[in-house]
Ligand binder design. Structure first.
Ligand SMILES: C[S@@+](CC[C@H](N)C(=O)[O-])C[C@H]1O[C@@H](n2cnc3c(N)ncnc32)[C@H](O)[C@@H]1O
Length: 234
């Protein structure tokens, strides 16, 4: 689907901006980017956004940060890596970057951008690990076309990652999980971890429970988990 067909008002075109809309350009302008500023960083995130000269410095991506508990945790826990978040909604976007900064993380940035069009933000091989936690599952038949993790999209994402890097995908939706699994099978990714109940799996100890995940856990629902990896370059 082309960018023009996905009708999301650009930040600059919002006629009555809330505090959260304005904060991207004011209070958090050094750490948060609207669509226009974000695309200027394509291919140069390390240097232009983080001031890091080393092109091999790890740069990870979280798609759909929500209110940013994982985003802040990850940035703080991994000071030797850079972390870029993508979020469409203004309030969670600002909550995410504020939470990370409050936690003392200097290695976090966030952009307001539709994740479908990642190729406008990153050049081939620019990204290391990718986190997609509880993306909107779009379970109604008429809305399934909005699902993010389509095979075509995953192949694009694969091209934007460095070799030997992973994608972590978690969801509370059984339907979305098995659908996405079929999509991943159509890509060059190598399957590395798989669980239909992450919290009773061997990876539960290292898992960070996100805000959405907690809501579903409290209802007694299992969390589905997949890790795939881009093969080491030969
Ligand atoms: C269900 S929430 C999950 C949030 C968080 N990852 C968690 O686990 O708590 C999905 C988030 O993704 C954001 N989102 C949905 N579609 C997106 C897109 N195409 N690009 C960027 N963010 C998106 C939504 O605004 C929402 O905050």
């Amino acid at each position: 689907m082309s960018e023009a067909r996905i009708n999301i008002t650009k930040t600059r075109d919002i006629t009555t901006p809330t505090y959260y809309v304005q904060a991207i350009q004011t209070e958090f302008k050094d750490f948060a980017y609207d669509e226009d500023r974000a695309v200027e960083l394509r291919g140069h995130w390390r240097k232009k956004s983080f001031g890091v000269d080393d092109g091999n410095w790890p740069l990870d991506l979280e798609i759909g940060t929500g209110n940013g508990f994982f985003f802040a945790h990850r940035a703080q826990a991994e000071p030797g890596r850079l972390l870029v978040g993508l979020e469409l909604k203004f309030k969670p976007l600002i909550q995410s970057i504020r939470r990370a900064l409050k936690a003392g993380a200097a290695n976090a940035r966030i952009a307001r951008y539709h994740a479908n069009f990642l190729e406008n933000l990153f050049s081939p091989g620019e990204i290391n690990h990718v986190f997609v936690h509880h993306p909107d599952p779009w379970t109604k038949r008429s809305t399934q076309k909005h699902r993010l993790l389509k095979a075509e999209y995953l192949i694009k994402l694969h091209g934007l990652q460095k070799a030997d890097c992973f994608v972590d995908f978690k969801t509370d939706s059984r339907e979305y999980f098995f659908w996405a699994l079929e999509q991943f099978k159509q890509t060059p990714y190598i399957f590395e971890r798989y669980s239909e109940n992450l919290h009773s799996s061997e990876w539960s100890g290292e898992n960070f429970t996100t805000f959405f995940e907690r809501m579903f856990l409290e209802k007694g629902q299992p969390i589905f988990y997949l890790r795939v990896r881009k093969a080491v370059a030969q």
